[in-house]
Design a protein around this ligand. Sequence first.
Ligand SMILES: [Zn+2]
Length: 165
Amino acid sequence: MPLEGSSIGDAAEHYFEQSEQIPSLITLAARHDAEAGCVAGGLLLQHLPEGEVGRDRLHVRHDHPEWEHARTIAATLKPEELTDPATSLETLAWRLFHEDEVRVESGATVSRGCRCSTEYFAGVLRQFPEAERADMADEAGDIVVDCAFCSRIFPIPLAEIAAPD
Ligand SMILES: [Zn+2]
């Protein structure tokens, strides 16, 4: 998909419009602060699809009056507000939408890590015929797998692949 628009925010909005077909407003701001360094903030506002009554299909209306209302209000957000460390996200949401309804969800904890393991890759390699596994192995008799997500490298001995525990 081509990047279109005059800013990263515009390009992301275009993506959501064309690919996800979800009306979106994206506002990004960054400034340099002598004490705090680079401070960046952003707002992603989306009009989520509704389920059609009695049907499975999700329905998006691009001209929904509530979306126009929310979009117009959110567009008044100033870059200084987005990059003010003293202003919490809850405060911003309240400042913008206090005349409507604001609900803050508690959010999910994000943790760093990858679920890859020697056992996992051995299980995948076990699906290949023995002759192909032998071709994939290096001189030491290991098949070396690198995880595409976390870049860790796993040398897995052929014997370990052939004999599951
Ligand atoms: Zn990994």
